[in-house]
Design a protein around this ligand. Structure first.
Ligand SMILES: [Zn+2]
Ligand SMILES: [Zn+2]
Length: 291
């Protein structure tokens, strides 16, 4: 009997040892099927944003920022995967400051959920636009074509929010670029560094909203590198996007959306760059967390 008990104990130990380590709680536990690399119990406690209450910035709660601001928002909307709770802050810290790059595919997969939400919403929006434009003057073939396009909405380009050279040297990687890379691998949407950071901004967390907005205003500019612009042109050509036919659908990628000052500044610089190249653009933002 004793030997049977010790055998059961040993078998249990063996199972525990062979289980993978959860990248969130670092315990050995059965992984969740939905998010490999994360255990079931950690997966259950992820604060997903399933229904954003603010249609502009994707906040899950009532939002004074978007209704208060009188200047037009330069993005169509932001969607975030999760609420920035203390647990999510801890995870992002592990990734960004302690350089646990094993989190990249996990956070990328989480961001992909926000992309799916954005895609679903845009497909519905384009469908209803097509319906409302369905006048008698629209030829049937054109209507059919518009209908097909609306059912297929996807981003044309992903643009990661750049970090300053100093930050890059300190961290060794740009988290936004890595997250965009994960989305590219899943969705096949290319990423292009259409923005550059013009100056290093001091730590934002201790600043008020208006201070952040002022600070960010000139922090980004369009990337006028000839190779990058050439890639943009050949991408537009390849997707048979005729000038003036429809706006480029560009999605800005970042890890976190706080006041929106970074995204706002990036979108403005991006609009300017696209305009200078003769393109119109509709800009969206996808961020891993919404604080
Ligand atoms: Zn866990
Ligand atoms: Zn809002």
């Amino acid at each position: 009997m004793k030997s049977l008990m010790s055998w059961v104990k040993q078998a249990r130990l063996l199972v525990a040892v062979s289980l993978p380590e959860c990248q969130f709680c670092l315990k050995k536990a059965a992984p969740s099927p939905e998010l490999p690399g994360v255990c079931r119990s950690c997966y259950q406690s992820i604060p997903w944003i399933r229904t954003p209450r603010c249609q502009t910035c994707g906040r899950p709660v009532g939002c004074p920022d978007c209704s208060r601001s009188h200047s037009p928002v330069p993005i169509r909307c932001n969607r975030s995967a999760v609420s920035y709770t203390s647990t999510m802050r801890e995870i992002l810290g592990q990734y960004k400051y302690r350089g646990n790059e094993r989190l990249t595919p996990i956070l990328g997969l989480m961001l992909d959920r926000a992309y799916a939400m954005l895609q679903q919403e845009q497909r519905e929006r384009h469908r209803s636009l097509t319906r409302s434009h369905q006048g008698r003057s629209t030829p049937f073939s054109l209507f059919k074509r518009k209908q097909r396009l609306s059912a297929q909405w996807q981003a044309d380009l992903l643009v990661p929010v750049p970090v300053s050279a100093a930050r890059l040297a300190e961290r060794g990687f740009n988290q936004a670029e890595q997250l965009a890379g994960a989305l590219t691998r899943r969705r096949g949407v290319p990423q292009l560094p259409l923005l550059v950071r013009t100056h290093h901004t001091a730590k934002q967390s201790f600043k008020s909203r208006s201070e952040r907005l002022a600070d960010m205003k000139h922090a980004f500019t369009g990337n006028t590198d000839s190779a990058v612009l050439q890639t943009l042109r050949s991408h537009v050509d390849a997707s048979s996007l005729q000038p003036g036919q429809r706006p480029l659908q560009i999605v800005l990628i970042d890890d976190i959306y706080t006041t929106g000052s970074t995204i706002r500044a990036c979108a403005e610089a991006l609009q300017q760059l696209c305009g200078s190249q003769g393109y119109t653009a509709e800009i969206y933002a996808l961020t891993w967390a919404r604080s």
